[in-house]
Write a protein that binds this ligand. Structure first.
Ligand code: SF4
Length: 287
């Protein structure tokens, strides 16, 4: 039996960005995307065939008058200033959840600026979303990647604590508890995306309920790495693949049930392709 996790597939933020890109490309020859619109090579290739061109922020210096898409991760204020200077039209697909987080961080930063506090973000340094968040603090927020970095926090100051939307909820909670053990002068903001938090809960159940788990995501997907590790925690027979071509039949030996799941950046069609590929192996039936 092969089951595709009903909760896997693009999140709303990614769907919205891709829909907007495709709508624009339906009437234009090309569209520039500031960074990969989604961390998935096959989906990017599909969109590139329709005219999507991936650029970085320095490329914007040469794109006066063009149209550029801002992906769901969002961008720092400097990007908007550069676009305005170059006469670039932005199709802003910043996920509403990320936008709200940016605004909350900016507000907290303004307050900290007045009171001597500090903004601390639990996230991956250099990740596009985190760059956008740090940009709202004029580069002053401290980014903590994991609990081992807790010593970098200055606990003599008031702390405004946030998380990147796609971090592991359990790790965030552990970090917050460790901070609260050191200070009471801290405000904790629960800013992990509801979709992501819900997926963590459901994915743990899904991974436990199958003999083998095949996790599909792009190599660069931050959310993919977190969710794949979660699956492995609940099912040691978890295998990561980028697409159906990476399937190894040996993984499926003796497995009566196989679960297929993916990240918020994994398209549903890729999960279905993998299920069809397993079915063709002739070892298990497609449910
Ligand atoms: S994971 Fe959540 S916050 Fe991030 S783009 Fe998707 S819906 Fe938006």
């Amino acid at each position: 039996m092969v089951e595709i996790d009903p909760y896997s597939g693009f999140c709303n933020g990614v769907v919205r960005a891709i829909d907007k890109a495709e709508a624009y490309l339906a009437g234009h020859s090309h569209l520039y995307s500031l960074g990969a619109i989604v961390h998935n090579t096959d989906e990017i290739r599909r969109l590139e065939e329709k005219g999507l061109r991936i650029i970085n922020s320095s490329d914007m210096e040469h794109l006066a008058g063009e149209t550029v898409l801002v992906r769901a991760h969002g961008e720092p204020p400097a990007t908007y200033a550069l676009a305005a200077r170059m006469g670039i039209t932005l199709i802003d697909c910043t996920c509403p959840v990320v936008l709200k987080l940016q605004e909350r961080i900016e507000k907290a930063y303004r307050e900290c600026d007045a009171t001597g506090g500090t903004v601390v973000i639990f996230g991956k340094r250099g990740h596009a979303e985190v760059n956008g968040l740090v940009g709202r603090t004029e580069g002053h927020a401290l980014v903590i990647e994991d609990i081992a970095e807790i010593s970098k926090i200055d606990f003599s100051r008031h702390i405004e604590r946030f998380s990147q939307t796609t971090k592991d909820p359990d790790q965030y909670q552990a970090l917050c508890e460790a901070c609260m053990a050191r200070t009471s002068d801290i405000t904790i903001h629960n800013t992990i995306c509801h979709t992501v938090a819900e997926r963590h809960r459901r994915l743990a159940e899904f991974a436990s309920s199958h003999d083998v788990i095949l996790f599909v995501s792009g190599r660069d997907s931050s959310n993919g790495k977190v969710l794949e590790a979660l699956c492995r925690q609940y099912n040691p027979r978890t295998y990561w693949v980028e697409n159906v071509d990476m399937l190894d039949k040996g993984w499926l030996e003796g497995a009566a049930s196989i679960g297929i799941c993916g990240a918020t950046s994994t398209p549903r069609w890729q999960l279905e392709q993998l299920a069809a590929g397993i079915s063709q192996c002739g070892q298990v039936d497609l449910q």
